[in-house]
Design a protein around this ligand. Structure first.
Ligand code: ATP
Ligand code: ZN
Length: 225
């Protein structure tokens, strides 16, 4: 791949992380030419551009070197690291900074009437999730043999539809669970938005730019806390 002399950051095009991520970058002194309907946002003052994509695509874009950094939920990054992650010669990814927004947790939830006391009660059950890697790993550590059903969305209605006995999904307030007569039983992962990047910084000017950005981020995050 041709070396780039501008830094490229991937972030969610449209969703929960979009506004807070842009706000954070603005506070770091980065401004972008407004073309939010586009995939690419050109940085005005500094040599830093944005790629606006689905959050699920962010780890892959960094691992392939298409982007240098990404703002993404730990849930998405961890799922990627556990599955597609380091295969195919992709770079190992790491969390450079925790960003303090997009907080949620990945949890097991079961129908309110289900008799559930411990993870072992999931033995032989079907669990619907969009995070098969993280769920599979948790089930292994718990020594539970359950069937993982991978769904792209609307995981919370699977028990009502009869396609699963329990779910493993993101929870923020718990309102969605209550609305679907589910109760949260185990937390697999505490998540928030993170700045993700390769473990090794590029050895050219982009590495210097990343270090400068991290310094500014630390200032902004400290002021917030
Ligand atoms: P995309 O079109 O980019 O794939 P999406 O539907 O996967 O969008 P959002 O629902 O906008 O994504 O969530 C983005 C991220 O926000 C999640 O991956 C997670 O890190 C965080 N998040 C915080 N609270 C919640 C919640 N209650 N439900 C889902 N995600 C949440
Ligand atoms: Zn997504």
């Amino acid at each position: 791949m041709k070396p780039r002399d501008r830094l490229r950051i991937a972030m969610q095009k449209s969703g929960r992380l979009t506004e807070p991520a842009l706000d954070l970058l603005n506070r770091c002194g980065l401004t972008f030419r407004q073309s939010r309907d586009k995939l690419f946002c050109f940085g005005e003052g500094e040599p830093v551009d944005l790629l606006l994509v689905r959050d699920d695509d962010i780890p892959g874009l960094i691992a392939q070197g298409v982007c240098d950094l990404g703002i993404v939920g730990r849930n998405v990054l961890s799922e990627f690291r556990g599955t597609a992650g380091e295969s195919n010669g992709n770079a190992a990814l790491t969390e450079w900074r925790k960003l303090g927004f997009g907080r949620c947790r990945l949890s097991i939830a079961v129908p309110q009437e289900m008799d559930y006391n411990a993870p072992q009660d999931l033995h032989g059950r079907r669990i619907a999730t969009s995070y098969p890697g993280l769920l599979g790993e948790w089930l292994r550590t718990q020594g539970v043999d359950a069937t993982v059903i991978t769904l792209a969305g609307s995981v919370e209605i699977a028990p009502k539809l009869g396609t699963a006995d329990a779910i493993c999904d993101l929870v923020q307030s718990g309102g969605t669970l209550v609305a679907n007569q589910l109760r949260e039983t185990d937390v697999l992962l505490q998540s928030e938005a993170v700045l993700a990047g390769p473990e090794a910084l590029p050895s050219d000017e982009r590495g210097d730019m990343i270090e400068l950005l991290l310094k500014r981020l630390d200032g902004v995050i400290q002021v917030r806390e």
